[in-house]
Design a protein around this ligand. Structure first.
Ligand code: ATP
Ligand code: ZN
Ligand code: MG
Length: 302
């Protein structure tokens, strides 16, 4: 048994995570949720004064927006679409027959207008573009959503449905890169308050296929993505618990996000992987939050 399996087993035994029979799909206990709620309040304390507009989208997004986003070009392996039965009574009978004899009953399901949200910020760009040019000084948003990624794993830090809290900034090149840097500076203090040792390193997204290698290299060379790393199941390979992403004007151009002077907006987003942060805390301080160091409990629960 590898170490990852055993941490997952401990989480199941303690009841913090609840097995559903599918790798990466778990229920959460009250105590687990309490850690996430407390950490989100800590995020509010650090980011609240910036005056971000709070928006909460559900975990499904408009399929047309998803198609425009280009997600299938870069990460087809991770996407999850929502399909439904759209047939008549005859089709229904053959569906039930199929299920009865254990054949594939899903092949006649049809795509609905909904795709599972792959990252909390995806539904935001078309929503803001529809409002017209950005106000002077740019715009800042506070998002949180369950996100889906088809990457089943025994590593409890790699789930298929997990929550991402994000701040998304839109404006000039300088405005959004300053925003990104300010969060990279802040989080050191934030993580220190909860007793976690962290590092920040340049990173890349898992772009699909051979052409994806080039995209990943380019992303690294230009330092477009940084990750906050915390050891969870391995110290040699610490886990990315946050990412700091600069999209240049790629999303601005794609969605028609413009500044008041008509130029294309630049965008950046900072994402907290809430389950990963909770798991890092539980791994580091122990599986019962009652036993956590007083300073950590104070930072989280006052
Ligand atoms: P990784 O390289 O580990 O797959 P990522 O680069 O795909 O991470 P991002 O796309 O930057 O991650 O997502 C923002 C944050 O969401 C990550 O820093 C991480 O904390 C969290 N996250 C991403 N994928 C998962 C997952 N499968 N399970 C839990 N949390 C995740
Ligand atoms: Zn984002
Ligand atoms: Mg990933």
């Amino acid at each position: 048994m590898d170490i990852q399996t055993s941490f997952l087993d401990l989480l199941f035994e303690s009841g913090l995570l609840i097995d559903t029979g599918v790798d990466g799909l778990y229920g959460r206990s009250a105590q687990f949720e309490d850690v996430i709620a407390a950490f989100e309040r800590l995020i509010d304390r650090f980011g609240g004064a910036d005056g971000a507009e709070v928006i909460r989208f559900p975990s499904g997004m408009n399929r047309a927006f998803f198609e425009t986003s280009g997600y299938m070009k870069s990460f087809p392996q991770l996407a999850g679409t929502v399909h439904s039965f759209c047939g008549n009574e005859l089709d229904h009978m053959s569906l039930l027959k199929c299920m009865e004899v254990g054949e594939d009953w899903t092949k006649d399901q049809e795509a609905t207008d909904i795709v599972l949200t792959p990252a909390a910020c995806y539904p935001l760009y078309p929503t803001v573009a529809k409002r017209g040019p950005l106000p002077e000084g740019g715009a800042l948003f506070d998002l949180q959503s369950y996100c889906f990624r088809h990457e089943p794993s025994k590593d409890p830090a790699r789930q298929q449905l997990f929550r991402m809290r994000e701040y998304v900034c839109m404006g000039t090149d300088k405005h959004v890169t300053d925003f990104r840097q300010s969060w990279m500076d802040r989080v050191a203090e934030m993580m220190k308050a909860v007793g976690l040792e962290v590092t920040i390193d340049v990173a890349n997204d898992p772009f699909f296929g051979r052409a994806g290698k080039m995209l990943a290299n380019n992303q690294r060379d230009q330092k477009l993505k940084f990750e906050l790393l915390i050891p969870i199941t391995s110290t040699a390979k610490p886990t990315a618990c946050m990412s700091f992403n600069y999209h240049q004007d790629a999303f601005g151009a794609k969605w028609g996000l413009n500044l008041e002077d008509g130029s294309v907006a630049h965008t950046a987003c900072v994402g907290f992987g809430l389950e990963r942060i909770a798991l890092a805390l539980l791994h580091h301080h122990g599986l019962d939050t009652v036993d956590w160091p007083e300073s950590v409990r104070k930072a989280l629960w006052g």
